[in-house]
Design a protein around this ligand. Structure first.
Ligand code: NIG
Ligand code: FE
Length: 398
């Protein structure tokens, strides 16, 4: 397949923009990209009418499999009750856990598909989904099977992450130690045995797990060959990111309260900073992540929806990119890198996120003149087609 008459945001460097470009796809991979005038001749090309082509977008942090509904907590927070206080009184993550435990795999697949489809409608071709609303072994494995099922049901690659250390489940309220042991000695081995996850994540926070408890979970993850990610420094600075860096974590996520020494630590370990402006927006946080320091130290920044029923019920990667620009001060090229090349990196995937020879032919085609157009409006979706592994899976290319 040869695509012609397009502007290609290759993301090699900044946007890596090639105007009036062509892209050759062979066997599901990018075979060639460059100026149209230099394109291989003698092939019938598909005229993209001057549209913008970017890598398929990557949402590297979501919790989109869950049961129940937390709209009433949104109302409570607007009435002045804090997210952490709702969590302490049995709401928050615990309330989604109760609902998720009672649902069948089929029910969870059905509700998750609606959310996933909302993401796909904006050009997502790779998405990460976490467990963490079951906490007990049965429900965590159930959630991860649902995540694996979603991968089969839609033209999207789904990365699965085990987030057992999301909250202390009610049955372990007086035995935190026992729950950490369960994660390390029982659930991680089961997850690995059934190949249900690619990575392990944890929530390191005063209302969740201490740095020491999180480190024990990571020891077990490392021993079982799973990659490591962390919800760190979202509501306070506990030093979780630094500890995660010592495990060469793929990413540390949220990081509003990350300090300079934390930034230096993740710069050294090559860990990606995943910024989640949706949660910042919904929780009406005041402290933005240390973007200037992250830039200064050359830390790759990714952006994700954090789609979840509590702190970030946002189903739009384009809106999230806009928020990263408006709320965190990212440049639009940084926002686009955050959902392409750096999103891939946050998942440990080096075969996607750029339009360069050898990479997967996952492409989004936009009715847009320039890449900055993707971050600029809210509630306007210029996606016209999606190519996944070299095949058109959305829209039509004539
Ligand atoms: O990424 N921080 C912890 N986990 C989710 C929120 C989960 C919830 O409130 O249900 C987050 O913001
Ligand atoms: Fe999250």
């Amino acid at each position: 397949m040869l695509l012609t008459n397009l502007n290609a945001a290759t993301m090699r460097d900044h946007y890596g923009l090639i105007e009036d470009a062509a892209i050759l796809i062979e066997d599901g991979r990018i075979a060639w990209v460059g100026p149209r005038a230099e394109a291989p001749s003698g092939m019938h090309g598909i005229n993209c009418q001057g549209r913008l082509v970017t890598p398929g977008l990557i949402d590297c942090h979501t919790h989109l499999v869950y049961g129940g509904n937390r709209a009433h907590e949104f109302e409570m927070r607007l009435g002045g009750i804090a997210y952490a206080d709702i969590a302490k009184s049995g709401g928050g993550i615990a309330s989604t856990v109760r609902a998720t435990r009672t649902q069948s795999e089929g029910e969870l697949v059905a509700s998750a598909l609606k959310r996933l489809d909302a993401l796909l409608a904006e050009g997502i071709t790779t998405v990460e989904i976490k467990s963490g609303y079951g906490l007990d072994e049965r429900t965590e494995l159930k959630m991860l099977r649902v995540v694996r099922e979603l991968d089969k049901l839609r033209p999207v690659d789904v990365a699965a992450t085990y987030l057992g250390a999301h909250a202390i489940p009610p049955e372990f309220h007086n035995d935190r130690e026992g729950y950490v042991k369960l994660i390390c000695e029982q659930v991680i081995p089961a997850v690995v045995k059934f190949r249900l996850a690619d990575a392990v994540d944890a929530f390191c926070e005063k209302i969740a797990f201490t740095v020491e408890e999180t480190a024990r979970v990571f020891e077990a993850a490392r021993a079982h060959g799973l990659r490591i990610k962390l919800h760190a420094e979202q509501l306070s600075n506990l030093g979780g990111a630094k500890m995660a860096a010592s495990f060469n974590a793929l990413s540390v996520d949220h990081i509003e309260y990350l300090d300079d020494s934390g930034v230096e630590a993740i710069a050294k370990s090559g860990t990606v900073a995943v910024l989640l402006p949706g949660a910042f927006y919904y929780l009406r946080e005041k402290q933005a992540p240390p973007v200037a320091a992250l830039r200064h130290h050359g830390v790759p920044m990714a952006i994700a929806t954090d789609l979840n029923p509590g702190s970030s019920p946002i189903h739009s990667i384009l809106t999230t990119m806009n928020m990263a620009c408006v709320l965190f001060g990212l440049r639009p090229d940084e926002a686009l890198r955050g959902v392409t090349v750096n999103g891939a990196r946050a998942l440990g995937l080096n075969d996607r996120g750029m339009i360069v020879p050898g990479m997967k032919a996952d492409l989004a085609i936009w009715d847009a003149e320039r890449p900055g157009d993707l971050c600029y409006p809210i509630g306007y979706n210029p996606l016209t087609a999606v190519i996944k592994n070299g095949k058109t899976v959305r829209g039509t290319l004539s």
